[in-house]
Design a protein around this ligand. Structure first.
Ligand code: AGP
Length: 605
């Protein structure tokens, strides 16, 4: 995610843009930039680092009637001055900012270079600036329309030209964009908080809508130019609520961002029902590796547990999973050709980084799965697959986890395809199911109020168990961690079949047990474990697929999940656990986004 601003008006663009970017930094903050119209030219200031670094670079704030700005969350091209937005054409007459991913940027870049365009960055965005230049023939509006017809992917773009200093052109597909309506001035922004101090009258721009904005007019059309009439939205949010997109906490906002984050992580990775990692050039290595070590911490480790089962099942490669802080203290029996996969949302976790360096010291290739371009693990690994969850602000990881799962499945399916280790038709079917899994997540998010009521009912408990078998056990571990870390309720995840070997002694009247039941082949065995805990007074909340509902009749409560391939079920079954933990924390008065004793990124060992 990135933050975008635009201003056209009789006032000064600079303070409006900078104030707006400051409100959008939660969307991305690895670099920032601004382009303003001054005396017939576009003047661009952009810098790696936080917004404040760019503002320092700017020096005394100039006066301008037209400008655009950007705060970046890198997806293509590390955070740097030259990769920061705005991006320009060859002659510095056009400036453009973008939020999203241009999936076909690579062939377009090659073509534009052959046509003589000079590129100065590694970003996908710069391609758009040169496409607008290519088609510019006196009308910025027409040039942008033509440029849009060449690209596919997700975008919110905002464009200005030194030759048309009275207007801003913008377009939206899959990434957010709003228009703010002022008095003698108008605004563009990635979302409402950025302009709320200026106006409460906004247009929410929808997919495939195109905006021509001046200081006293806003014309909205589709990409073909057909006019669109829109309702003005009168925003009544307060500022704090607006920064969380109307949600009370970042955690709930990020739980609801998961469908979009999943779509973005999948974007460009599936072509003709096959997984495509050709840009990483690691096919040979993956085809021949004989062992994989997945190492991570916390939630990322739990994603690794799912990854292990998916890779072993589909790619038939043995996988070991280790908590990073433990991995470093055992004799690791690695061999040349082995692969280490480190998973880290922040890419800066000290224990995970130490494990990566240990592998490198032993000549072992490392694949990093991280959410932060330019992070330490991204820089030091041999290959990197980025999750595109956007900045995750809440300490409790949610959208990072689900996008880590997506990458694990993509990797397992890719390896199975390469190694011919699984039925090709079933692989293709699973790839297609993965492509639409976001719709199942959206379906489960609709259950929020029911799950909230469960949390209200059980808010007073002190001890809980999360049970599951196989993949359900891996998700149970993530659910228990969520509850522990934000509501401070003791939560223990156990393999359902293991309870009778001791922990069953802890089950007493009224102890809540959340049982995950998504693995069709294991449901009978899990139900017999549920009977064991029920017989000792436990209250069982089943998180079960709707086709297994019959088997779960014995449970006291049921949270139903849509039908889903058992292998892919974790992406869906974790959602109710996230929501349950969130509301348990709310009812218990805990600080959801900043739980006690914890930090978002643990950069100490
Ligand atoms: C997740 O809810 C926790 N905040 C924590 O376990 C986290 O997953 C862990 O610290 C690893 O962080 P990383 O993914 O940034 O490496």
């Amino acid at each position: 995610m990135c933050g975008i601003m635009g201003y056209a008006g009789s006032g000064n663009a600079v303070p409006v843009i900078i104030d707006g970017l400051a409100k959008l930094e939660y969307r991305g903050y690895d670099s920032a930039g601004i382009a303003i119209y001054q005396d017939g030219d576009l003047v661009v200031t952009k810098k790696k680092g936080r917004l404040a670094d760019m503002v320092n670079e700017l020096g005394e704030w100039p006066q301008s009637i037209l400008g655009i700005g950007h705060t970046r969350w890198a997806t293509h091209g590390v955070p740097s001055d030259h990769n920061a937005h705005p991006h320009m054409d060859c002659h510095g007459r056009i400036a453009l900012v973008h939020n999203g991913i241009i999936e076909n940027y690579a062939p377009l870049r090659k073509e534009l270079i052959l046509e003589g365009h000079d590129f100065v960055s590694e970003t996908d965005t710069e391609v758009m600036a040169h496409l607008v230049e290519k088609y510019y023939d006196g009308s910025l509006e027409e040039a942008v329309r033509k440029a849009l017809s060449c690209v596919y992917g997700s975008f919110a773009i905002v464009v200005i030209s030194a030759d048309e200093p009275d207007k801003i052109i913008a377009a939206k597909k899959a990434s957010p964009l709003v228009v703010g309506l002022g008095d003698g001035e108008n605004y563009l922004a990635s979302d409402i908080p950025a302009i709320l101090s200026r106006t409460r009258r906004v247009y929410i721009i929808e997919d495939n809508e195109f905006v021509v904005l001046t200081s006293n007019s806003v014309a909205i059309s589709d990409f073909d130019g057909n006019p669109i009439e829109k309702e003005v939205l009168e925003v009544d949010w307060d500022m704090e609520a607006a920064e969380k997109g109307g949600f009370e906490h970042f955690m709930l906002k990020e739980i609801h961002e998961q469908p979009e984050a999943i779509r973005k992580t999948l974007s460009g990775r599936i072509k003709d029902a096959r997984v495509d990692f050709s840009d990483l050039n690691f096919a040979d290595y993956l085809q021949n590796t004989s062992k994989i070590f997945i190492v991570a911490c916390g939630t990322a480790y739990h994603a690794g547990l799912v990854g292990r089962m998916a890779i072993e099942k589909l790619a038939a490669v043995p996988v070991e999973t280790d908590i990073a802080s433990e991995f470093r203290y055992r004799r690791v029996l690695w061999k040349p050709g082995d692969l280490m996969i480190v998973i880290s949302q922040s890419g800066e976790t000290a224990d995970t980084l130490a494990a990566l360096r240990e592998a490198k010291r032993n000549g072992i290739k490392v694949l990093a799965v991280t959410n932060v371009v330019g992070s330490a693990v991204a820089r030091e690994a041999d290959w990197v697959i980025f999750t595109h969850a956007g900045p995750e602000i809440a300490v409790a990881s949610t959208k990072a986890y689900s996008t880590q799962l997506v990458v694990m499945y993509l990797l397992a399916l890719y390896m199975a395809d390469l190694r011919k280790s699984y039925d090709a038709e079933k692989i293709s079917k699973m790839v297609t199911e993965l492509l639409y899994i976001d719709t199942l997540v959206e379906q489960v998010l609709q259950e929020q109020d029911k799950i909230k009521a469960l949390a209200e009912k059980y808010q007073g408990v002190q001890d809980t168990f999360f049970l599951g078998r196989g993949l359900d056990y891996a998700v149970a571990m993530e659910g228990a961690l969520k509850l522990k870390e934000i509501s401070y309720v003791h939560a223990e995840a156990y393999a359902a079949g293991e309870l009778k070997h001791g922990p069953l002694a802890l089950i007493d009247d009224g102890v809540p047990v959340l049982a995950l039941i998504t693995q069709d082949k294991l449901v009978e065995k899990t139900m017999s474990n549920i009977k064991e805990v029920k017989a000792r007074g436990a209250i069982v909340v089943a998180v079960c697929k709707e086709n297994l509902q019959e088997a779960c009749q014995e449970c006291d409560e049921q949270i139903l999940l849509p039908r889903v391939n058992p292998l892919l079920a974790p992406i869906v079954s974790v959602i109710p656990l996230q929501i349950f933990s969130y509301y348990m924390a709310i009812f218990r008065g805990a600080d959801v986004d900043k739980p006690r004793n914890l930090a978002k990124s643990v950069t100490v060992e």
